[in-house]
Design a protein around this ligand. Structure first.
Ligand code: NAD
Length: 478
């Protein structure tokens, strides 16, 4: 540990954080290191009482936090970032262990914590004024109360920060519930935050899925910010309806990448491959269907296959750019796409149909060449390193094919003629469309899905408003 550090933190004991204090539990669980299959440290499973206490503490802390000037809240968020930055090495190692991410990519996620907070600290809530002879009408945006932030396992740190940075900035108090598969970094993050924020402002109660469900029905939670699967998102919305909670749902996707015929094949094909296999395909906005113009279909696919062969999988401290699948449940799910593609006789252009057994949940990146439209691999989100390609010849037809899905999270268009590519982008039904890049969401813009990929969105100036009520004062002049 470097002598300049102002805080000490143990990275092998983990607690829920309620009202500023560490809490153990009678019941414990543990994550599994996906690179080795070994059990990781014990983690408490939060009880109903832990949640009740956290909600009560969040409610108690809310009035003072909401009344704290936004500049002061930003100051504390920055102070937290500075403290976090003293521990980036430990957080990177922890993230490698709990999520199996290659060290380089774990480092990028860890660096993103400061990036997310710093960007949010440049934002301000709008205030609108209307005036006529009769009245002055002022619209302000005020915090909601206690926010329940329910997170998935694929980006345990950045998706936690993506919720609590805008949540706290806007004056809400936040209770974080990490995924049971990846509880460690998020719990430690919130433990560290107690050195900066007043008790009850940022808390963490980790546990199982039932705990998530309890958050969605609690009458004193004003909003659920949920990131996860479409199936769970629907349950969250249904449960939240009973108390008319605000909900933001960031759900799954089945992103299409359209490759126009004028692309530089050698340059673009590896980028498209990275869009599909980044984080071993475990990205909500990974490319999940690739549509290549028929004129270049063969050479483009060949270039993709060539690059894919260079993408090794391995443990975090190897040089491999791809890690394992994060957990057994997801590993089995991804394998079922391999089994289905094999059983239906689809062509494996890269990778092999049989996922061989190993201690970790490793799967080689795989490309399926031109499966039919109604195949599972086209119509469902595998959330792993397997992607289909199909040729196209008519632009209207391929846009219709790309849009022919119940999801609409992200999409990509690749073309030398940028204006033409942007025209295609405008016709794609997705929350975030990338032109000449694979999907790289940033905090600078709202991130959310169309159709069943979600409701509302977070990040960017527009995203701040999802943590607020509109509050309008009408002042009459006489
Ligand atoms: P999941 O839906 O299984 O779990 C997400 C979280 O919800 C976990 O913390 C879980 O414990 C909790 N949960 C489970 N049941 C609940 C219930 N009934 N009520 C409340 N909470 C409950 O999702 P996952 O497997 O962790 O994540 C993978 C999915 O998330 C993929 O579909 C992926 O596309 C999606 N995802 C979306 C985004 C996005 O921003 N749109 C980002 C990452 C992942």
């Amino acid at each position: 540990m470097s002598p300049s550090k102002t805080s000490t933190l143990s990275f092998d004991t983990f607690y829920n954080i309620v009202d500023g204090k560490q809490r153990s539990s009678k019941e414990i669980h543990h994550g599994v290191n996906p690179s080795t299959g070994e059990e990781l440290w014990d983690v408490p499973i939060g009880s109903k009482q832990d949640l009740e206490d956290a909600v009560a503490a969040g409610k108690k802390a809310f009035p003072a936090w909401a009344a704290t000037p936004i500049e002061k809240r930003k100051e504390l968020l920055q102070k937290f970032t500075d403290l976090f930055n003293e521990h980036t090495t430990e957080f990177t190692e922890l993230l490698c262990k709990e999520a199996g991410k290659p060290k380089k990519f774990a480092g990028i996620e860890v660096a993103g914590v400061g990036g997310f907070i710093s960007f949010h600290n440049t934002l301000n809530l709008p205030e609108e004024k209307f005036e006529d002879d009769e009245k002055v009408v002022t619209t302000r945006f005020t915090p909601l109360g206690v926010v329940g932030a329910i997170c998935p396992w694929n980006f345990p740190l950045i998706l936690a920060v993506g919720k609590f940075a805008p949540g706290l900035l806007t004056g809400n108090t936040v209770i974080l519930k990490p995924s049971p598969f990846t509880p460690y970094t998020a719990l430690k993050l919130v433990e560290l935050a107690q050195q900066v924020f007043p008790p009850g402002v940022l808390q963490a109660v980790g546990g199982n899925n039932e705990l998530g469900a309890l958050l969605t029905t609690h009458p004193d939670i004003a909003k659920i910010s949920f990131t996860g699967s479409i199936a769970t998102g629907k349950k969250v919305m249904e449960a939240s309806a009973k108390t008319l909670k605000r909900v933001t749902l960031e759900l799954g996707g089945n992103d299409a990448s359209i490759i126009l015929p004028d692309v530089d094949i050698e340059k673009v094909a590896p980028e498209v491959v990275m869009g599909a296999f980044q984080n071993t395909g475990q990205v909500c906005v990974a490319t999940k269907r690739i549509y290549i113009h028929e004129k270049i279909y063969k050479p483009f696919l060949e270039a993709m296959v060539k690059f894919t062969a260079t993408l090794k999988t391995g443990a975090p401290d190897s040089e491999a750019p791809l890690g394992p699948i994060q957990n057994q449940m997801q590993f089995d799910k991804v394998k079922s796409f391999f089994a289905d593609s094999k059983a239906k006789g689809y062509k494996f252009a890269a990778g092999t149909p049989d996922v061989s057994a190993s201690k970790g949940f490793f799967i080689q990146p795989t490309i399926i060449d031109n499966p039919p439209n109604d195949s599972r691999i086209i119509s469902e989100e595998p959330f792993g390193p397997i992607v289909p390609t199909q040729p196209w010849s008519d632009l209207d037809e391929v846009i219709a094919r790309a849009n022919d899905t119940n999801t609409g999270l992200g999409a990509c268009v690749w073309g030398k003629d940028v204006a033409a590519a942007e025209k295609v982008a405008l016709r794609l039904e997705a929350g975030s469309v990338f032109v000449n890049s694979w999907e790289k969401p940033t905090p600078q813009a709202i991130f959310g899905g169309h159709k069943e990929s979600g409701i509302g969105g977070e990040w960017g100036n527009t995203g701040l408003l999802s943590f607020c009520n509109a509050h309008v004062i009408h002042v009459y002049k006489s």
